[in-house]
Design a protein around this ligand. Structure first.
Ligand SMILES: *[C@@H]1O[C@H](CO)[C@@H](O)[C@H](O)[C@H]1NC(C)=O
Ligand SMILES: *[C@@H]1O[C@H](CO)[C@@H](O)[C@H](O)[C@H]1NC(C)=O
Ligand SMILES: *[C@@H]1O[C@H](CO)[C@@H](O)[C@H](O)[C@H]1NC(C)=O
Length: 222
């Protein structure tokens, strides 16, 4: 069996397992958060409302209050630990292993694969992983992607979901929108035989031969 296929299979299995058990994690995390909020409220009400009822001369009630406060703080500490454990659980990850989570989306950067692909093969990889070549929708997202690219200076460009292969000069994002739909960007170096866009440093986009091999970035909703 082709090792890359096997990898894909394992990946699919993992993703399916993730989807099944994640509900439970969300419920546990939800309960933990709710309890933490409740305890926080309790602490606050002690401070706000219990205060005036306490006789400042009575050391007993102050002591009792301090004990309860300590108890609440201990419980809060335990809940935080529990919440931490739950959210670190791989079944609760918002994105599959190897994907980065950013603002409700999961991103895959192929740089870790030590493999380059043509534009269409990159798009195929993303599709196989239930995603598509990255469509960049605002400057914050562009900055996020740029920050990742800066960590891998050996990969000066990335295939993204932008092409004018349907009609020369009419660049469209992978979701069918015009290149200027989300941001005022342009593609440099356009020519008949350069129909695929690669993203470089500084957020610049260049037209490239779709047959060229390079790294790529996939994106999907988390
Ligand atoms: C409260 O404690 C202080 C010292 O901790 C003591 O001086 C004081 O007498 C105590 N008051 C009462 C009412 O027990
Ligand atoms: C990508 O394009 C090449 C050449 O244009 C073609 O041979 C190959 O089958 C295509 N691959 C996919 C996955 O579409
Ligand atoms: C692919 O994505 C769709 C919509 O986002 C989702 O309904 C489906 O379950 C996903 N499939 C897999 C295998 O992750």
């Amino acid at each position: 069996m082709d090792p890359s296929l096997r990898h894909t299979d394992e990946h699919k299995r993992e993703t399916t397992a993730d989807a099944g058990s994640c509900q439970i994690c969300h419920v546990i995390a939800g309960v933990a958060v709710a309890t933490a909020i409740l305890l926080g409220g309790l602490l606050l009400s002690f401070v706000l409302f219990a205060g005036p009822e306490v006789d400042p001369e009575s050391n007993a009630s102050v002591k009792e209050l301090m004990e309860r406060l300590q108890q609440c703080q201990n419980e809060r500490h335990d809940l935080n630990l529990m919440l931490h454990t739950v959210t670190q659980d791989s079944r609760c990850r918002l994105c599959p292993g190897g994907w980065l989570w950013w603002r409700d989306n999961c991103y895959f950067f192929s740089v870790g694969l030590q493999e380059n692909r043509r534009w269409n093969e990159s798009a195929e990889f993303c599709r196989e992983h239930n995603s598509s070549l990255a469509v960049i929708k605002d400057s914050a997202e562009m900055e996020f992607i740029q920050a990742v690219m800066r960590k891998f200076p050996q990969f000066p460009f990335l295939w993204v979901g932008l092409t004018d292969s349907k009609q020369e000069g009419q660049w469209l994002w992978g979701d069918g929108t015009d290149i200027q739909h989300y941001m005022p960007v342009t593609v440099d170096w356009d020519a008949d035989y350069r129909d695929c866009a690669d993203l470089r440093g500084g957020g610049r986009l260049f037209a490239a031969d779709c047959e060229a091999y390079g790294p790529w970035a996939c994106k999907k909703e988390s």
